[in-house]
Design a protein around this ligand. Structure first.
Ligand SMILES: [Zn+2]
Length: 122
């Protein structure tokens, strides 16, 4: 395994752990089932199934963080701040000071926030 792949795997595993701690996808949006069965792994991504309806998912499912140019750490921070009802100005300050997101506009943060809320039905 080359170094880039190895880093990808570490980031993936670390991100899954964080999503698990945040209880992302711990309830089925379709049937409200909270009983989850592990269903093997695919490219180091743990697959699950809701026992209620049999729907397959991963912790990444419906999370808008994947396929983004922004580092996952930033998305996790935005998600945490969204869950904790931080104001857009406070979020902006944290992102600029702690994550180097210079020039980020409150409008962008607003859009992220709403993408996350929509994705998670918080
Ligand atoms: Zn379900």
């Amino acid at each position: 395994m080359n170094l880039k792949k190895e880093i990808d795997v570490i980031v993936t595993l670390n991100f899954q752990q964080r999503l698990e701690i945040l209880k992302i996808n711990s309830k089925c949006l379709r049937c409200n089932s909270q009983i989850i069965v592990k269903n093997g792994k695919e490219n180091y991504v743990q697959r699950y199934r809701y026992k209620g309806c049999g729907k397959f998912f991963a912790l990444f499912t419906n999370v808008v963080l994947e396929k983004t140019k922004w580092h996952w750490d930033i998305w996790i921070k935005v998600l945490k701040m969204t869950l904790n009802n931080y104001s857009l100005n406070v979020m902006k300050t944290v992102l600029v000071n702690d994550y180097g997101c210079r020039g980020i506009s409150p409008k962008t943060i607003f859009l992220w926030k709403h993408r996350l809320i929509k994705a998670q039905r918080i």
